[in-house]
Design a protein around this ligand. Structure first.
Ligand code: 0RA
Length: 630
């Protein structure tokens, strides 16, 4: 370890971070706020990976600050020859101050150890760091974006070692400074799956609770966690190997499901866009399965090979590779996609040898996997036929189905057009009368839309509501989905503000997530917000809509005497009221749906589909961005 007090390369102070926080942490919303936590957490994890720590404590404090503490070696406390300050103060107050940590065998979290600490400090209204090292506790305090108010000071004697940082984010920088336990839990849990020797304790001082995360079985438990509550087709299959200096760790399972979930990591950094290791995995999997299927005669000589997509339906897999620093490379600017070619070759080789061995050893389970793959192939062929059918009947039957349902708009250009998916025929009627016919189309949906989480592709395609919706949007579904063809600029879900309404919302969102994911990713899906009240001033015509009690109370004060109408559903509004409160772009409150982090969405989507409305609501609150349309 060459990182000494003198090794720090100092570049500059912290002003640039405060001037352009987005450049350093991406954004100043909830996501950016939590980025601060990840910066410190990753530093602590690095210390775990280097083998010096095994425990990290995170505490959500009563005053709104947060503490991250590890039991590692502690940041060095000596004086830095360049800055003449202690290493601790240097690390926390100068940008790009980092140690030469490149020489640890597997550089974790991509960057240099401790680089993010100064960014956190720069964006905090206060920060306290305590280092236990060499027999003492040392403490530094900073305020107002990293100004030292107490340089590193030796305090009481202690035998402990470690680093503890507490900070309070700067209100003037962030849109919100409220840490969300569910977001932190998710990330922390993920880390414990990747580091089986790590224990993380998460304290919540506000409700005096403690969660402990530890996973002795690593990726196997990660897969179990993602697949909780789902019916499985195979056990969790896992293999580990070290080949050509690359460590490959894989766990996979087949479940009763029609989509694939592959999560991958390179040196413990999640590779959202996959890359060479994922490609190697897929190639290895496809070759192995086809080879095995031929061997056991599930594929006859005349049969074509299974396609990769057939083989990956219902597959949940996690791939974690550790690559020496000298070999690692990424595609593009970010670290989202691994490029290292050796990772492809090695992962493919490992999958081919280990998986084939497993299949040979577990014949019965192997046959069940092949059954599943056969079904996927048959469904693919069937749905291709269905799509061809749809194409053929275009202009005849299809138009007849639609004519009774969709009320189209006049404009064709999806720069302007919107489609409202409205719960029930009666609300559909008011929406039809209230809309602006130039650019707003209305599609009433009857009853509950099919629960796509539970249905097979065949059932989904056979469902009237869904197939009408798909034809109306005009962009096909699944792997055929083509966002360019989407006929409407905005797809707006408009339901009652009650349980049934939110159920329909969730079902539709799940449908879009499963079959038109890009529509969500591109911000084309919205939720309309009908108001809960209309309040009218007594004696004159003035009236307002209120979306919650607080707003209502404001208007009550303003109007003094008034009448209040409470809307239990869209059906209770006249078409004019529906237009002015919910559909008129000048006055409505639309929510743009965007999924914050796709990685665990599989888990989340199943959570949503479960019966526990509390979990579902929590999930929606924390993970679907309720971003008001500008
Ligand atoms: C540089 C050198 C050493 C420890 C650390 C950094 C360190 C940084 C952080 C950040 C959070 N927790 C941390 N724990 C340790 C130690 C060098 C040595 O003792 O030889």
């Amino acid at each position: 370890m060459s990182y000494k007090d003198s090794d720090i390369k100092v570049l500059k102070g912290l002003e640039p971070v405060r001037k352009r926080p987005g450049m350093y942490i991406g954004s100043v919303d909830t996501r950016g706020l939590h980025h601060l936590v990840w910066e410190l957490f990753d530093n602590a994890v690095d210390e775990v990976l280097a083998g010096y720590a095994n425990n990290i404590k995170i505490s959500l404090n009563k005053d709104g600050s947060i503490t991250i503490e590890d039991n590692g070696r502690g940041i060095p406390v000596g004086i830095n020859s360049t800055t003449k300050k202690s290493t601790v103060d240097t690390v926390f107050t100068s940008l790009h101050a980092g140690g030469k940590f490149d020489d640890n065998a597997y550089g974790v979290s991509g960057g240099l150890h401790g680089v993010g600490s100064s960014v956190v400090n720069a964006l905090s209204s206060w920060l306290v760091v305590e280092v236990c090292r060499e027999g003492y506790m040392y403490q530094s305090k900073y305020e107002n974006g990293g100004h030292i108010v107490q340089p590193l000071t030796r305090k009481e004697a202690t035998k402990k070692t470690g680093t503890k940082v507490t900070f309070y984010p700067d209100k003037s920088i962030f849109l919100t400074i409220e840490f969300k336990k569910s977001i932190i839990k998710e990330r922390v849990q993920e880390s414990t799956f990747l580091f089986p020797n790590l224990t993380v304790e998460l304290f919540d001082e506000k409700d005096n609770t403690k969660d402990v995360f530890h996973s002795s079985k690593g990726l196997i438990e990660f897969v179990d966690f993602i697949n909780e509550g789902k019916s499985s087709i195979s056990p969790v299959i896992s293999f580990k190997a070290l080949l050509d200096d690359i460590d490959v760790d894989i766990a996979l399972q087949y479940i009763n499901d029609s989509h694939e979930t592959i999560l991958s990591f390179a040196n413990s950094v999640k590779t959202i866009e996959g890359g060479s290791h994922e490609l190697g995995f897929k190639l290895g999997l496809t070759e192995t399965i086809n080879e095995y299927a031929r061997k056991v005669k599930v594929l006859k000589e005349k049969d074509a090979n299974f396609e990769g997509s057939d083989i990956r339906e219902g597959l949940v897999a996690i791939i974690s590779v550790k690559i020496p620093e000298r070999l690692i490379s990424y595609e593009g600017q970010t670290k989202n996609k691994l490029f290292t070619q050796e990772a492809m070759t090695v992962t493919k080789k490992v999958v081919k040898s280990k998986l084939l061995f497993w299949l040979d050893e577990n014949k019965k389970q192997a046959m069940e996997i092949l059954e599943k793959i056969k079904k996927s192939r048959d469904a693919r062929i069937a749905s291709k036929n269905v799509r061809e059918e749809i194409r053929k009947i275009k202009g005849t039957k299809q138009e007849r189905i639609l004519s009774g349902k969709l009320t189209p708009c006049q404009l064709k250009d999806n720069k302007f057009t919107e489609i409202f998916l409205v719960e029930g025929d009666s609300a559909g009627g008011s929406a039809k009368l209230g809309r602006d016919r130039k650019y707003q189309a209305i599609l009433p949906l009857k009853g509950k839309v099919l629960n796509v989480e539970k249905a097979s592709i065949k059932e989904i395609l056979a469902n009237d509501e869904i197939s009408i919706l798909v034809s109306c949007l005009g962009a096909s579904i699944g792997s055929d989905f083509n966002i360019e063809k989407l006929k409407y600029g905005k797809i707006i879900i408009m339901t009652d503000a009650d349980t049934d309404g939110s159920h329909i919302q969730v079902l539709l969102l799940t449908f879009f997530y499963r079959f038109m994911k890009q529509a969500i990713e591109n911000g084309r899906v919205y939720i309309a917000q009908p108001p809960l009240y209309k309040i009218s001033k007594k004696g004159n015509k003035e009236s307002r809509y209120a979306w919650d009690e607080i707003e209502l109370d404001e208007y009550k004060k303003e109007f003094v005497t008034y009448d209040i109408q409470r809307y239990k559903g869209l059906g209770e509004m006249s078409s004019d009221q529906l237009w002015e409160s919910t559909m008129d772009p000048n006055t409505r409150k639309l929510i743009k749906v965007n999924i914050q982090d796709i990685s665990l969405t599989e888990k989340r989507v199943s959570t949503l589909m479960g019966d526990d409305t509390k979990i579902r609501k929590e999930w929606i609150d924390d993970n679907i961005n309720f971003e008001l349309e500008e």
